[in-house]
Design a protein around this ligand. Structure first.
Ligand code: GLN
Length: 307
């Protein structure tokens, strides 16, 4: 592999070598230029305006160290420590999944559903609650809280966003991300619903989740070595956690409340079935940017344990 090692390496030189290096590393070419920009602390325009810039020894050392990490399967986001999602910036580390563009479909779907709900005329502010299960970096809860905060002012609805994760390390990152993105979220350390209350006033209007859903036998898991396996893969063909979330959701949702779950491209039918088996109606599956089934949503018909 040709890692640039010359003493006076320029941006132009790295740009020339980037396509070949990317091929050898099996990474997208933009990882190399984004990594370079991160190392030299410059905006992307610098790649065009300052091609003759020579990396300092320490910049070159850092650049090369990152290339070696990429070679070992470490994704760019773990090297830079951040990832863009929903036009916001999120800190990430090895305790959190790296937010994927497809998960924006989940955010978009939930917002569209919320916006389509009729709002009862009221003098008082209406309080609503949203839960994100397995929040990781917090990208879903924070993006939703960010949008709902803007909508709040118009509709007199005040959204309380609660996010849970089993990993205390992930919660630390998510808390940091909430502060950085100026949203107020209650983070709870919990295995799915375990630490939550089923009391009436604690019920949610919306439950959302991007749980682990990759089949443990899926060969594509070997390419995801750097991310927490507990956030990626689940037993029962990847459906075990989705099943648990759907089965327990009726205890924590208001009647008519929304459950929206991200899942694998080939799990749409099974997830719709799980929703139907657990008293959900208006069940639909939404496709991602690659036209694959990605998000299933439904509304709770009744409280089986309470009626
Ligand atoms: N969509 C991710 C992937 O296939 C997996 C995310 C998840 O398991 N929740 O890489």
């Amino acid at each position: 592999m040709t890692v640039p090692k010359a003493a006076s390496i320029t941006i132009e030189k790295i740009k020339q070598q980037a396509p070949q290096m990317a091929k050898e590393l099996s990474v997208p070419p933009f990882w190399l230029t984004d990594w370079l920009l991160f190392v030299i602390g410059q905006p992307s325009s610098f790649l065009i305006t300052d091609e003759n810039y020579q990396l300092t020894d320490s910049e070159l050392e850092q650049f090369n160290a990152g290339i070696i990490k990429m070679q070992q399967g470490i994704p760019l986001a773990y090297l830079t420590g951040e990832q863009e999602f929903w036009s916001l910036t999120f800190a990430v580390n090895e305790h959190t999944l790296i937010p994927r563009p497809d998960t924006e479909v989940l955010v978009e779907t939930v917002l569209a559903w919320i916006n389509a709900q009729p709002v009862a005329q009221s003098e008082q502010t209406i309080k609503k609650r949203l839960l994100d299960l397995g929040t990781g970096s917090g990208c879903i809860a924070i993006s939703l809280a960010h949008e709902l905060k803007l909508a709040d002012k118009l509709k007199q609805i005040r959204w309380q966003v609660v996010a849970v994760d089993l990993s205390t390390e992930a919660i630390k990152i998510a808390q940091h991300n909430a502060v950085n993105n100026a949203v107020d979220i209650e983070f709870i350390h919990s295995s799915w619903y375990e630490a939550l209350s089923t009391q009436d006033e604690q019920l949610f209007d919306v439950i959302v989740s991007n749980p682990p859903y990759i089949d443990e036998a899926d060969e594509h898991l070997v390419r995801l070595v750097a991310e927490p396996m507990s956030a990626l893969s689940a037993p029962n063909h990847g459906l075990a956690d989705i099943e648990h979330i759907a089965q327990q959701a009726p205890k924590y949702l208001k009647i008519g409340g929304l459950l929206a779950i991200e899942h694998g491209f080939d799990q749409g039918f099974a997830v719709r079935q799980l929703f139907a088996d657990n008293d959900f109606g208006n069940i639909q599956t939404v496709k991602d940017f690659g036209s694959n089934d990605r998000v299933t949503l439904g509304q709770l018909n009744k409280h089986p344990l309470k009626s």
